[in-house]
Design a protein around this ligand. Structure first.
Ligand code: ADP
Ligand code: MG
Length: 571
């Protein structure tokens, strides 16, 4: 158990460490955690339920068995008492009267009358001499002169002194037992007194046990032959359809499976001085009916418990996994962003170096050109003054433009301060559009403006915002075919942001391109593109505290949306 747990935990840990982008990982992890938690919670519940079931069944069994055992014990006692009384009665007569007195028919009749009055159940009484011949008889049959010497019971009574027969159906077809007692006088003379009992009284004792419906009680002999009628197994002298469980004189209870498949409790006990066993049968389903109803309740509670635990485990795990997934994704996003900004910053450093290097010669050119102009001004006779002055102006203008470029390059490298001013973004957008209107007109590209008239002014850097717009619009213009359409929109996005979107119906981007478009030097335009536009744009927007989003579908078009903060983020 401990091993299973620790190994499952280990695989879960290993799963959490494996490549976080591997698909199906979270599903696997969820399945493992759910099964582990279910195992940990359900196992004790299951074992508890199992133990409870076992204990309860034991108690119930004991509770059913004890009364059954007691009942059989008591009834067996009644049988023994009943038979002992009858045997003593016969025995008493045998010793109280002499052979001669008993062999007198009138005497025997009288004695039998008294006996019948005092003890219920006797049917007849007869005297048999040592040779086995019936001397006298009092009862419904004419048995005088019969010889019993060859019969087994006669030998047994000679040998044991008393004898109780199995039940048999007499001439009148109802069950009897025979009680025989041998008497020996001091002079060594011996005879046998034989009486017959009807077994109605047996049935009375069995009925007095008060067994419930479906239950049964009967006497059976050693060979499994019924001695009284049974509700379940047939009439007197029928054979019991199953082997009697091991029996002794103490009543005991066993669980037995009947031939027809029903499980029953059987209590058995031998009746002393006879060949009989007393048997009581109680079927298990009725014996267990209370337990069955209890078990259905328990089962219901158990099943709902399991379901609730499982649902809870599943919910908690799902929550956990979702959180894990989210945090993994955030981490991944952060890593990507960091990589990107690192790339940007190294390019920025490169650009800054170049700009710095160029600035020095530019300053010299500027200075020298200024000097030339001054010298020219000091000399009124300078030939072709006009022409030279124009050239010098051109040099100075170019130097100025170069300065602008280096200034911007330095800005890209963050070396330059961002110059924040309050801007009307609609105006900047329109102004920037001016650069492209000629090309658009030439290529018959429709430029649509849907600008929010009440767009709040935002604090931002004019030059950089213009560059952002220009880069995006350039790409849009490059993407649309002749006769395409570009839509510019602005709107008040939220409490903190305004939004600008530039939508084109151009070639769009594949997922791969969209993923890489902000990478420096990534371009799909071969030599015509530098791959720097979007990466610079991204850097600027981030620095200004804004966001940039791309929505693109291959062959349908692209929408770039920029969010810019309404309130200054720096300082
Ligand atoms: P360049 O324009 O020099 O290629 P950019 O950084 O401006 O570099 O853009 C990178 C790439 O992003 C482009 O080569 C193009 O594949 C893709 N791209 C950018 N904007 C769009 C657009 N509006 N429509 C289609 N593709 C675009
Ligand atoms: Mg570009």
């Amino acid at each position: 158990m401990k091993n299973i747990l620790s190994s499952t935990l280990n695989t879960i840990k290993a799963d959490m460490d494996t490549d976080i982008s591997s698909p199906g990982r979270y599903r696997l992890l969820r399945r493992k955690i759910v099964s582990l938690m279910a195992l940990v919670t359900l196992l004790p519940l299951l074992s508890l339920a199992g133990i409870n079931y076992y204990e309860h069944q034991n108690t119930m069994t004991a509770e059913i068995q004890a009364p059954l055992r007691a009942l059989v014990g008591k009834a067996k006692h009644s049988f023994e008492l009943f038979l002992a009384e009858r045997i003593s009665a016969v025995s008493f007569i045998a010793s109280a009267y002499s052979f001669n007195e008993l062999s007198d028919d009138a005497n025997l009749q009288r004695i039998f009358q008294v006996m019948r009055r005092e003890f219920t159940g006797f049917v007849d009484l007869g005297l048999i001499d040592p040779t086995g011949r019936q001397i006298t008889y009092s009862g419904p049959y004419d048995l005088v002169g019969r010889n019993y010497s060859e019969q087994a019971w006669f030998q047994q009574v000679q040998f044991k002194g008393t004898y109780v027969s199995d039940v048999f159906l007499g001439f009148r077809k109802f069950p009897h037992v025979v009680i025989a007692v041998r008497h020996t006088t001091e002079s060594g003379q011996s005879w046998v007194l034989r009486a017959t009992l009807d077994t109605m009284h047996f049935d009375r004792i069995l009925a007095a046990m008060g067994l419930g419906p479906g239950s049964d009680a009967f006497l059976v002999n050693h060979h499994g032959v019924l001695q009284t009628e049974s509700r379940r197994y047939g009439r007197v002298l029928d054979k019991l359809p199953f082997e009697l469980p091991p029996t002794n004189f103490e009543s005991n209870v066993q669980s037995v499976r009947e031939p027809d498949g029903q499980n029953v409790f059987i209590a058995t006990a031998f009746v002393a001085d006879t060949d009989f066993a007393l048997v009581a049968v109680k079927p298990k389903p009725t014996a267990f009916s209370t337990w069955y109803t209890v078990r259905i309740d328990l089962l219901f509670i158990f099943v709902s418990g399991v379901v609730i635990i499982f649902l809870a485990v599943y919910r908690v795990t799902s929550l956990l996994i979702t959180r894990l997934q989210e945090s993994d994704e955030q981490r991944l996003g952060a890593i990507h962003q960091m990589e990107h900004s690192q790339k940007l910053s190294s390019i920025g450093r490169l650009a800054a170096g170049v700009a710095h290097e160029i600035n020095n010669p530019l300053a010299i050119i500027n200075e020298k050109a200024g000097l030339m102009r001054d010298i020219m001004g000091l000399r009124p006779d300078f030939p072709e003054k006009e022409k030279f002055a124009r050239q010098i102006e051109a040099i100075l203008r170019s130097v100025d433009r170069c300065r602008g470029i280096t200034h911007r390059m330095l800005g890209f490298a963050k070396r330059m301060d961002v110059k924040i001013e309050v801007l009307d973004l609609n105006a900047v957008l329109v102004e920037t559009l001016g650069f492209l209107e000629r090309e658009a007109e030439y290529r018959n590209v429709e430029l649509v403006r849907e600008l929010a008239p009440d767009l709040p002014n935002v604090p931002s850097d004019h030059g950089q915002i213009q560059q952002v717009f220009l880069n995006i619009m350039n790409n849009a213009l490059a993407a649309v075919p002749d006769g395409g359409r570009i839509v510019l929109r602005t709107w008040d996005e939220s409490e903190n942001f305004v939004a600008i979107s530039i939508q084109d119906n151009g070639c769009g981007m594949s997922d791969e391109t969209a993923k890489n478009m902000f990478e420096p030097f990534f371009t799909t335009k071969k030599e015509k593109g530098t791959g720097l536009g979007m990466s610079i744009t991204y850097g600027i927007v981030k620095r200004l505290g804004g966001e940039i989003k791309v929505m693109s579908k291959l062959n349908e078009g692209t929408t770039m949306t920029i969010l810019l903060p309404k309130h200054s983020v720096e300082g």
